[in-house]
Design a protein around this ligand. Sequence first.
Ligand code: FO1
Length: 322
Amino acid sequence: MVLGSVVALAGGVGGAKMAQGLADVLGPDRLTVVVNTADDFEHLGMHISPDLDTVMYTMAGLQNEEAGWGLSEESWGFLDMLDTLGGETWFRLGDRDMATHVERTRRLRAGENLSSVTEDFCARLGVAARILPMTDDPVRTIVVTDNGRIPFQDYFVRQKCRPVVSGFEFKGVDFAELNPHVVAAFQASDLIAVVICPSNPYVSIAPILEVAGSLDSLYAVSAPVIAVSPIVGGSALKGPAAKMISELGDKPSAEAVAAHYEFLADGFVLDQIDCAEAEAIRARGLRVWVTNTVMNTHADKARLAAEIMAFAEEFSGVRASV
Ligand code: FO1
């Protein structure tokens, strides 16, 4: 494999698994993971960064495998007592996880920024790959639904994604400054690929792309941009991506995701179960790689990452000549 650095754009669970596989295959010092922070919110007086934590815990090997988010070996004494006291328990915060939110909030209030807190937490948890919040400024997803405009975690967790979606707003995105380390990672002279992880295109990847400067930086890279489909066999492995695609008027499919990214991506990775869609995706001008994209085990993650890196090598020189 060609030596060089890789930037991955990630949301929560799918992004975290892909990032872990890439770190394994590349070596963590060659990987930068740019993480969505538009799912962040203030809750119980704390700053919660769900996607950052999912990526950080997964790369530290501390994730709760069953849920995909939160920590392993968790206990729930805080939440139980909060329930007894009549507090808000719809967003489940485990006792160990609470330490992350309490300490992050303390440090943000003391004037540190989210990038710096994340970098230090990663160092303490033994995560060698670079995990970057897309911005240090507040951006908050609002889901526009038949039940009104709903803050993301309220829609996702409290209302279990039930309202019918008609659009998304990323409050604050017009004032957000792209993390300067993200710009530097895109400009690295040894960049060999940008991987758009199999995360939700609308609420995980779109906020990253909407921060001013993000798309321009991406257009300027000569390395291939490769998107991995989060839709497998017409469903999302996790989360509401398929439901959102149909509510927005399309048929949930790998091709619908490819259509979403074709303005930006050079290559597209889809699951073997969807191989019948490969030709239509090629017709959109994307190179295609068909494989097993379901990441259940560590070996699955590493194999998929290795295949994506081999796929990226097929592009050498392609973008540079555009
Ligand atoms: N997701 C849920 O479905 N229910 C929860 O109670 C919940 C709690 C939670 C606590 C901390 C954290 O970091 C993530 C948590 N998540 C929970 C996941 C989170 O809402 C979503 O995974 C992302 O925002 C979507 O990518």
